[in-house]
Ligand binder design. Structure first.
Ligand SMILES: Cc1cc2nc3c(=O)[nH]c(=O)nc-3n(C[C@H](O)[C@H](O)[C@H](O)COP(=O)(O)OP(=O)(O)OC[C@H]3O[C@@H](n4cnc5c(N)ncnc54)[C@H](O)[C@@H]3O)c2cc1C
Length: 455
């Protein structure tokens, strides 16, 4: 029997919009998953949505009054082709688990977000991107095929390059439940990164550096001080890197070049009282962070976990924003829209949003997923405490700027976007809706996000 719990509060990582699911079901086999989906389709059942590790910030993996399918019980790695670098695994397997198993064999996941505690299903559902988007595209570009459980309880094998695949990649769980996927991997010689760090004095300096030299690096990201004003607006610390070859390691690390033992600090304390993370304290933190970064350093060896997932070392770090939670706002505007980016960064900086986790990066070519977020351009992501006075109206204003510049916000981070802006942001939205209407005419797959945005 699957684990089945009634009346469970479910929320995203930002903790801004918790709702109560009538049922939380944790299937442990494909058959149990199919039974759960058929239950979701029963009259009066209010549908269902798949959930991975709940790292989407907003309301994508929750379903008020209906069913939530916790997919983490389906966590088998089925086959590994260690010669050609291909893994077949259940959708509930986390990227953390894949790293534990694959790194010692000399393979790495093709794309990782800022946390490795996401599932393969969540990685495809949101078509996640990493610091290598400008080189490698998003996660689904490396998926050869997937098995999808659709609303009729059938399992379809969906190869890349088909409409159903492109609707599912970034489709936020709304085409069905991904049961398993075949993913191509990246060969690595070590579990270390060779990292170059430099400071950029302001936003223009940062954009110039990124535009001039990003192509030399597989991974690139800039931490940006959004509280700096005047001539320092947009000052940043740029970190870029590549998987270190074995001959770059010292004698000790060379004994176990592919070891993967990420460190873990004590869990973050309980909720930090609201207001403690104000403009002054975060401004001080940001100034210190900027100054302690080297002006320029090359070839520093960092553990893979430190380079990609520094926050994973602090369990429950999302509590630092207090009980009210926090909004993560991420948008992209295309190349040629640098003026819009400057205006938006200026607005954030003048507004004094106390954000210490803000990053800017460049996206490469867009991905085939109809609702995939990345398009070629500049993407900025920032965390803001949800209780900041006037935040809703302020972010609505930023949305208008983003739309006017032909850009879009990222659904995996969203909990507040106005639905009328969506079609302008995602031109394939009509195709997505049409495919869903045909595949799932009774709307079995539904979520708080899909109802809020009429997806
Ligand atoms: C610290 C942190 C850093 C992050 N950094 C990045 C980043 O750099 N780049 C980036 O792109 N994202 C980033 N994210 C967001 C995160 O990668 C995505 O939200 C991802 O989808 C979370 O995966 P999950 O397994 O937790 O899925 P959930 O959050 O549980 O679900 C996310 C979506 O995927 C769907 N889904 C989950 N499992 C399945 C399944 N089996 N079948 C069908 N649909 C499914 C859900 O319905 C939902 O719509 C970050 C999040 C955090 C907390």
């Amino acid at each position: 029997m699957p684990v089945d719990t009634a009346s469970v509060e479910v929320t995203g990582w930002g903790r801004t919009a918790p709702t109560t699911a009538a049922r939380l079901v944790r299937p442990r086999s494909y058959e149990e998953a199919a039974d759960a989906v058929l239950d979701c389709a029963a009259p009066g059942a209010r549908g269902g949505i798949a959930r991975g590790l709940g790292r989407a910030y907003g309301d994508a993996a929750q379903n008020a009054g209906g069913c939530v399918l916790d997919m983490t019980g389906l966590d088998r790695i089925r086959t590994i082709d260690a010669r050609d670098g291909v893994v077949v695994c259940d959708a509930g397997v986390s990227l953390h688990r894949l790293m534990e198993v694959l790194l010692p064999l000399g393979w790495f996941v093709p794309v990782t977000p800022g946390t490795r505690y996401v599932t393969v299903g969540g990685a495809i559902g949101a078509d996640i991107h990493g610091k290598n988007h400008h080189v490698s595209g998003s996660f689904s570009r490396h998926v050869v095929s997937l098995d999808l459980l659709t609303a009729d309880g059938e399992v379809r094998t969906v190869p890349a390059g088909t409409d159903l695949f492109d609707a599912t990649a970034g489709g936020m769980g709304l085409t069905g439940v991904i049961l398993s996927a075949t993913v191509r991997l990246l060969p690595v010689e070590t579990s270390w990164m060779s990292v170059d760090t430099e400071r950029a004095a302001d936003l223009d300096d940062l954009m110039d550096r990124l535009a001039a030299t990003d192509h030399r690096y597989r991974y690139s990201v800039a931490w940006i001080d959004l509280l700096a004003r005047g001539p320092a607006m947009g000052r940043s610390v740029l970190t870029r890197g590549e998987h270190a070859p074995s001959d770059a390691l010292g004698a000790r690390a060379r004994r176990e070049p592919l070891a993967f033992r990420p460190g873990r600090l004590p869990a973050a304390p309980g909720f930090v009282p609201e207001g403690l993370l104000g403009r002054a304290s975060v401004g001080l933190f940001n100034a210190l962070w900027y100054r302690r970064a080297p002006r320029a350093r090359t070839g520093e060896l960092q553990k893979l976990s430190a380079f990609f997932h520094p926050l994973d070392g602090v369990p429950h770090w999302n509590r630092v924003y207090g009980r009210g939670g926090f909004v993560q706002y991420q948008f992209v505007v295309g190349y040629g829209q640098e003026e819009a980016l400057r205006r938006i960064v200026g607005r954030i900086s003048r507004r004094g949003c106390p954000s210490f986790l803000a990053v800017l990066k460049r996206f490469g070519d867009g991905d085939p997923g109809w609702l995939s977020f990345p398009v070629p351009g500049w993407t900025l992501a920032l965390d803001v405490p949800a209780g900041l006075p006037g935040l809703g109206a302020f972010l609505d204003g930023l949305d208008e700027e983003v739309v006017a510049a032909g850009g879009r916000v990222y659904l995996a981070k969203d909990s507040r976007l106005r639905p009328d802006l969506l079609a302008a942001m995602y031109p394939r939205l009509a195709d997505f809706r049409a495919l869903r209407a045909e595949l799932d005419p009774r709307g079995v797959f539904t979520s708080d996000l899909s109802r809020r945005l009429s997806l």
